[in-house]
Ligand binder design. Structure first.
Ligand code: AMP
Ligand code: ZN
Length: 142
């Protein structure tokens, strides 16, 4: 893929600090870490986001992310871990080659996740939305 920094890394045309990899996925250090050990897991096959990501590549990303999270904890780099994938600009995606962040969390670290909650919806509203999603999943074979 032209003009993709992560494809350049995979092709050896841009530098990276590699952590692990297999036939489907590769993990390397985030260049601007939220904390020591912050790692990205990407598919070897270019995909922009969830819509074009091979589900088997997605599964491999999660599997490797889970192992890296355990390694971060073993090394004392993480008291907790967030797995994070930004799919789309509105979700905060800045690099358009799918990637899973493995974020090592420490008490008082620099990362904050905040939500301005609306009042909790009624059970009816939850049921209605759940039914819409069930229907959508049936019609996409998901
Ligand atoms: P986002 O698309 O918002 O999920 O985040 C993109 C992430 O990629 C950021 O955390 C960047 O620091 C990271 N990043 C961008 N370029 C590179 C690079 N050349 N090597 C490693 N990480 C990178
Ligand atoms: Zn790419």
């Amino acid at each position: 893929m032209d003009d993709c920094i992560f494809c350049d890394i995979l092709a050896g045309q841009a530098e990276a600090s590699f952590v692990a990899g297999d036939e489907r996925v590769v993990a390397f250090a985030d260049i601007l870490p939220i904390g020591e050990g912050h790692t990205l897991v990407i598919p070897r096959r270019h995909a922009i986001g969830l819509h074009d990501l091979d589900p088997e590549d997605g599964a491999a990303m999660f599997r490797l992310g889970q192992r890296i999270a355990a390694a971060q904890r073993r090394l004392g780099l993480a008291e907790g871990v967030n797995l994070f994938l930004a799919d789309g600009v509105v979700a905060g995606q800045e690099v358009f080659h799918a990637h899973l962040h493995v974020l090592p969390r420490q008490d008082g670290d620099a990362l904050t996740l905040s939500v301005d909650y609306a009042p909790a919806p009624s059970r009816d509203a939850l049921d209605t939305t759940a039914a819409r999603l069930r229907d959508a999943l049936e019609h996409t074979g998901g």
